[in-house]
Ligand binder design. Sequence first.
Ligand SMILES: NC(=O)c1ccc[n+]([C@@H]2O[C@H](COP(=O)([O-])OP(=O)(O)OC[C@H]3O[C@@H](n4cnc5c(N)ncnc54)[C@H](OP(=O)(O)O)[C@@H]3O)[C@@H](O)[C@H]2O)c1
Length: 271
Amino acid sequence: MSKIVFIGGGNMASCLIGGMLANGFSSQDITVSEPNDDSRQRMKSTHGVLTTADNLAAVSQADIVVLAVKPQIMAAVASPLEAKLKHKPIIVSIAAGIPVGALQSWLGQDLKIVRAMPNTPAMVQSGATGLFANQSLDGGQQAMIENIFSAVGYACWVGQESDIDAVTAVSGSGPAYFFLVYEAMLKVAQELGLEKQTASQLTLHTALGAARLALASESTPNELREQVTSPGGTTQAAIESFQAQDLEGIFRTAMTSALERAKEMSDDFAG
Ligand SMILES: NC(=O)c1ccc[n+]([C@@H]2O[C@H](COP(=O)([O-])OP(=O)(O)OC[C@H]3O[C@@H](n4cnc5c(N)ncnc54)[C@H](OP(=O)(O)O)[C@@H]3O)[C@@H](O)[C@H]2O)c1
């Protein structure tokens, strides 16, 4: 079995490891390298994985190294690892906005590097992750990386690195778009007379049900919408109001802003 080493034992590492253990990975194949004693202890007691404070020793034994530290400290954490990567483990970075080129400049040019963009619903095994590899992985390597991220939800590969910026604008930031809609529907539902708890549960179960129905169905979003929209009825009144205010245009502007910001952040790291 491949040895997987996490550099950084924070929230995202913990959530990935929890999913991996629930999906057949062995705790003895996973090592977390993390300077903070409390975080190491938490990793050991929660997940039973191996822990260390020695990043260099950890990566020298790894088949896969998952870089799970904050983007702003990635250069300082990654640069010293280069000397211990001669056996060429696959590098997986989950750090937002750090391009492959920057990782290569810190870690070595000829490594297989995967950029992963997970999102926060990974915490409840309902994440969505986009993956990009700078070199082709063999079937076993590709499956192993997919297994790590599909343990916490849906995972898919994208064809070029710039697609990761689009993934960031869609699913990386996307949970917040739905939370914004949740917030708005919750407020208005209360103004319409519902108790907060009732409004919240009805809104969230509607979101969950709509997503499940769409996932289970072959229909287009437009067809699904038409199934709930009888002519002259309540849904039509609401939809016409959204469309009169150009809901699609609002999303286009917002998601394009997220994409542009993701590009700017990558450009900062590319120097
Ligand atoms: N959270 C998300 O939803 C999400 C989504 C997509 C991508 N990401 C990416 O995932 C990465 C981790 O995010 P997170 O939310 O898990 O952050 P986090 O909870 O702060 O985890 C980072 C961990 O790295 C540790 N660390 C600091 N210096 C280190 C070093 N020299 N060697 C090894 N470990 C070190 C930190 O320890 P201390 O606490 O002692 O500093 C902390 O435990 C980020 O790059 C972020 O962009 C997160």
